[in-house]
Design a protein around this ligand. Structure first.
Ligand code: SF4
Length: 702
C-alpha cells in the first residue's frame, strides 16, 4: 500500500538560487515525496532536483557521530583515493565533548601561537542566513581575522565587484519574473534550462507572449532553440562582443542622453574607449557577423524595456569583472535599468549564495557589504557585538584561492570548513588538496565524508537541509524560510548548535536560542533587512529586501530614483580585451569549459546520493563535438582522457553538438573524474574569481 504522510512541512528547495517553495511530505522521520508550493518564484513548479533530490538525507553514508583522525592513520595526502570501506583505518568515532575540545582547542592554540591570521574559515552558500552570519562572526571575533569566505568567490565574485563599483549594490536589480515585462531579454553566459530550470520556464513563457530573447553563448543551450537570435560567439571574447554592441549604440546615437546626464558619471571615457571596437573590427575576434552585432545592439537599446541576465560564462574568467562592467555599461547608456522589465540579473547559483554574502561570509565586508577597512563600519560592529574599540581586524582577509595558497606556504595553519568541499570545487584541485593536507589542523563540518572531510583532523556531523530551520535569500533578493521536517540522524547536530559550541571553545560566550534569535540580531546590523521580522517571514513566507522598516512592503525593483553610491549616480567603467590566462597551444590544443548538469548539484555530495538523480546521470561524462570525437577515432561511450598542465582525468565521451569544435565541456560533480584537477587557478584581479571557464587541454582516446 502507498505510504500516507503523517505531516506536511512548508520549506524551500535546497539547490539553486531560484528559491522554489516546496512541501515535504513526511512519515516516520522520512520524506516520502516533495510537492511544489505556490511561492512567488515558482508558483507550484519544481525541477527534477527539487522534486526528486531529497533522499540524500536518508542515505546510509550520513555522518552520525563525530570522527577524529586516528593517531596511526596513514599520512594525509592530497593524492588520495577514498574507500568508504576503509574509513575506520583513518578515523575513529569520538564523543562530541572530545571532538569539540580537540577541534576548538587546536584552533585556539594555533591562534595564540601564530596570530589570528594563521586561521581561516569557509562557510557555505547551502547554509542558512543565520548560519552564515554566526560563522563569519565566529571567524571575526573568535579567530580574530577576516579570513572568511565561501563559494561565492567561485561563482559571482567578479559580477559583485563590478556591480558594487558601478551601481553600488551587488544584488540583482529586478526579479527573474520581470522577463515577462521585458520587450527584449539578453541572456549571456548562462544556461538556465540546466542550472535554473524554473527560471527558464518564465523565460519560455515570456517568449511565448512575444518577448524577443537574444541568447549569447559559446555553447548552444536549450533556450537558444527558442531565441529570436542566438549569437554563438567564440569562447573568451565577451568584451569584444559587448564593446562592439556599445560602439554601435554610441555611434548611432541610440544612447539615453537624459539618463546618462542625470544618473551616471564617466560616460565620456566609456564612449571614447569603445570607439575602436567597431563591429567590423570585432567580428573576426568574437566570430559574430558585424551586421548581427549591429542588429542586436539596436534592438536592445531601442526597446521599451530590455533586461540582461547572466551566469558564470560571464563571471568565471580572469576578465570576469570586465565582462560584467560591459553589461552594466550597456544598461546604463541606454537607460535600461530602474524600471520593471529592465535591469541586470546575475543568476545566483546556490540557494543561499545571495544571503550568505549579504550576511558577511566574505573577507572584505561585514554583513550588508560594510567594508572591514572602513573605520566607521568597524566601530559599528565592535559596538553591536559588544567588543572593545580596536578589537576587530581592519585588514581584508584572504579569499578562497588565496587561503589555499597561504595554507600551502604555511601562512595559514588551521581551518574550519562548514559545508563546503574545496577538494572538489577549487581550481587546480590537486594543489587545493595538497594545501588542505598540509594544514596543522583541519575541522570539517558536513553531512557526508566529502573529499574535503577525508583530509580533516576532526569531522563534526551536521544536519541536512530538511533537518533545521533557517532563512534563505534567493536570486531575486527574496528572503524565505526553510523549515525543519526531520530530526537529524544519530548524534548529528544542527549547525547553529555546533557553531556555538565551537565559539565556546574559542573563548566566546554566545547564547542564541535558534534561527529567529540570530535573525533578530542580523536585523540590528543589516539595514537592508531591518523591516523583516521573523514573524513576518513566517506569515508572508517571502519578503524582498531592501525592506527598511516594518510595514515596508519590500522592493523587487531597485534603482528607480538613484543608485546606492555616494553621489547617487552610477559609474561607467571601460574595459579592454584581456585574453584568457592560458591559451591553447601545440601541446594542449583544446579548451576546457566546466559547469553543471541538470541532474547534479555542484560537487555531487547530495545529488549523487539520491536514487532518481543518480540513476539519470550515474557516470562522469565529457561533452565533445561529434566531429572532434570522430577525428580522434572515437565514438560516444568511449573512454577519453583529458589532460591539462595540472592534472588529468578519464571519463566517458558524449557526442554533443552544442559545444563548439575544439572545446570540451565537463561537469564538476564527479569525484571519479574530478575535473577541477585540470582547471586554472589564475584569478580575476578584482573579484579574485578563478578562470573555470577556460584552460588549455589535450583530449585523447582511452
Ligand atoms: Fe530547486 Fe532551482 Fe529546481 Fe527550483 S529550479 S526546484 S530552486 S533546483
Amino acid at each position: 500500500a502507498l505510504a500516507v504522510p503523517d505531516k506536511q512541512v512548508e520549506s524551500v528547495c535546497p539547490y539553486c538560487g531560484v528559491g522554489c517553495q516546496l512541501t515535504y511530505n513526511v512519515k516516520d522521520n522520512r520524506i516520502l515525496f516533495v510537492e511544489g508550493r505556490n511561492g512567488p518564484a515558482n508558483q507550484g513548479r519544481l525541477c527534477v532536483k527539487g522534486r526528486y533530490g531529497f533522499d540524500y538525507a536518508h542515505h546510509p553514508q550520513r555522518l552520525t557521530r563525530p570522527l577524529v583522525r586516528r593517531a596511526d592513520a596513514p599520512p594525509k595526502s592530497g593524492d588520495f583515493a577514498m574507500d568508504p570501506e576503509r574509513v575506520s583505518d583513518v578515523f575513529r568515532e569520538a564523543s562530541w565533548e572530545e571532538a569539540l575540545a580537540l577541534a576548538g582547542g587546536k584552533l585556539a592554540a594555533i591562534r595564540d601561537a601564530h596570530g589570528p591570521r594563521a586561521l581561516a574559515g569557509f562557510g557555505s552558500a547551502k547554509g542558512s542566513n543565520e548560519e552564515a552570519y554566526l560563522f563569519q562572526k565566529l571567524v571575526r571575533t573568535g579567530f580574530g581575522s577576516n579570513n572568511v569566505d565561501h563559494c561565492t568567490r567561485l561563482c559571482h565574485a567578479s559580477s559583485v565587484a563590478a556591480l558594487l563599483e558601478g551601481i553600488g549594490s551587488g544584488a540583482v536589480s529586478n526579479p527573474v519574473k520581470d522577463v515577462m515585462k521585458a520587450e527584449v531579454v539578453v541572456l549571456i553566459g548562462a544556461n538556465p534550462a540546466v542550472n535554473h530550470p524554473v527560471a527558464a520556464t518564465w523565460i519560455k513563457n515570456a517568449v511565448k507572449q512575444g518577448t524577443k530573447l537574444i541568447v549569447c553563448d559559446p555553447r548552444r543551450s536549450d533556450l537558444s532553440r527558442i531565441a529570436h537570435r542566438f549569437l554563438q560567439f567564440q569562447p573568451d571574447t565577451d568584451v569584444a562582443l559587448l564593446n562592439a554592441m556599445m560602439h554601435v549604440i554610441v555611434t548611432e546615437g541610440l544612447v539615453d542622453r537624459n539618463f546618462i546626464a542625470s544618473r551616471t558619471i564617466g560616460y565620456e571615457e566609456l564612449a571614447a574607449n569603445v570607439a575602436e571596437f567597431s563591429p567590423e573590427a570585432m567580428a573576426p575576434i568574437c566570430g559574430i557577423e558585424a551586421d548581427t552585432i549591429r542588429a542586436v545592439a539596436r534592438q536592445y537599446a531601442a526597446s521599451r524595456a530590455s533586461m540582461i541576465l547572466w551566469g558564470m560564462g560571464i563571471s568565471q574568467h580572469v576578465h570576469g569583472t570586465d565582462n560584467a562592467r560591459c553589461l552594466i555599461a550597456l544598461a546604463l547608456m541606454t537607460g535600461q535599468i530602474g524600471r520593471p522589465g529592465t535591469g541586470l540579473h546575475p543568476l545566483r547559483g546556490q540557494n543561499n549564495v545571495q544571503g550568505a554574502s549579504d550576511a558577511g561570509l566574505i573577507p572584505m565586508m561585514y554583513p550588508d557589504y560594510q567594508r572591514v577597512a572602513e573605520p566607521a563600519a568597524k566601530a559599528r560592529f565592535e559596538s553591536a557585538w559588544g567588543l572593545s574599540p580596536g578589537t576587530l581586524d581592519d585588514k581584508p582577509g584572504l579569499t578562497v584561492v588565496e587561503v589555499m595558497d597561504a595554507a600551502k606556504s604555511g601562512e595559514v595553519k588551521g581551518m574550519y570548513i562548514m559545508g563546503e568541499n574545496p577538494a572538489m570545487s577549487d581550481p587546480d584541485a590537486n594543489h587545493a588538496r595538497a594545501a588542505l593536507a598540509s594544514l596543522e589542523h583541519l575541522v570539517v563540518q558536513d553531512i557526508f565524508l566529502t573529499e574535503t572531510a577525508y583530509l580533516a583532523d576532526v569531522i563534526l556531523p551536521a544536519s541536512a537541509f530538511p533537518e533545521k530551520t533557517g532563512s534563505f535569500t534567493n536570486t531575486d533578493r527574496m528572503v524565505q524560510i526553510g523549515r525543519q521536517a526531520l530530526e537529524p540522524p544519530g548524534e548529528a547536530r544542527q549547525e547553529l548548535w555546533i557553531i556555538q559550541q565551537m565559539a565556546q571553545r574559542l573563548g566566546l560566550d554566545w547564547q542564541y536560542g535558534g534561527a529567529a534569535d540570530v535573525f533578530a540580531e542580523m536585523r540590528q546590523v543589516m539595514p537592508s533587512i531591518a523591516g523583516i521580522t521573523w514573524e513576518r517571514l513566517e506569515r508572508e513566507h517571502a519578503v524582498t529586501y531592501p525592506c527598511l522598516a516594518e510595514g515596508d512592503p519590500g522592493t523587487p525593483v531597485v534603482f528607480t530614483e538613484d543608485f546606492p553610491r555616494e553621489s547617487g549616480r552610477a559609474r561607467f567603467v571601460p574595459a579592454d580585451i584581456i585574453p584568457a590566462d592560458e591559451r591553447p597551444d601545440a601541446e594542449y590544443p583544446q579548451v576546457l569549459i566546466t559547469g553543471r548538469q541538470l541532474e547534479h548539484w555542484h560537487t555531487g555530495s547530495m545529488t549523487r546520493r539520491t536514487a532518481v538523480l543518480d540513476a539519470l546521470e550515474p557516470d562522469p561524462v565529457a561533452l565533445v563535438h561529434p566531429l572532434d570525437l570522430a577525428a580522434l577515432g572515437g565514438k560516444p561511450g568511449d573512454v577519453v582522457t583529458i589532460a591539462s598542465r595540472r592534472g588529468q582525468v578519464s571519463l566517458y565521451a558524449r557526442a554533443d553538438e552544442s559545444s563548439p569544435r575544439g572545446a570540451v565541456f565537463v561537469p564538476f560533480c564527479y569525484y571519479e573524474a574530478a575535473i577541477n584537477k585540470l582547471t586554472n587557478p589564475a584569478l580575476d584581479p578584482f573579484g579574485k574569481i578563478p578562470e573555470f571557464k577556460y584552460c588549455a587541454i589535450k583530449l585523447t582516446l582511452g
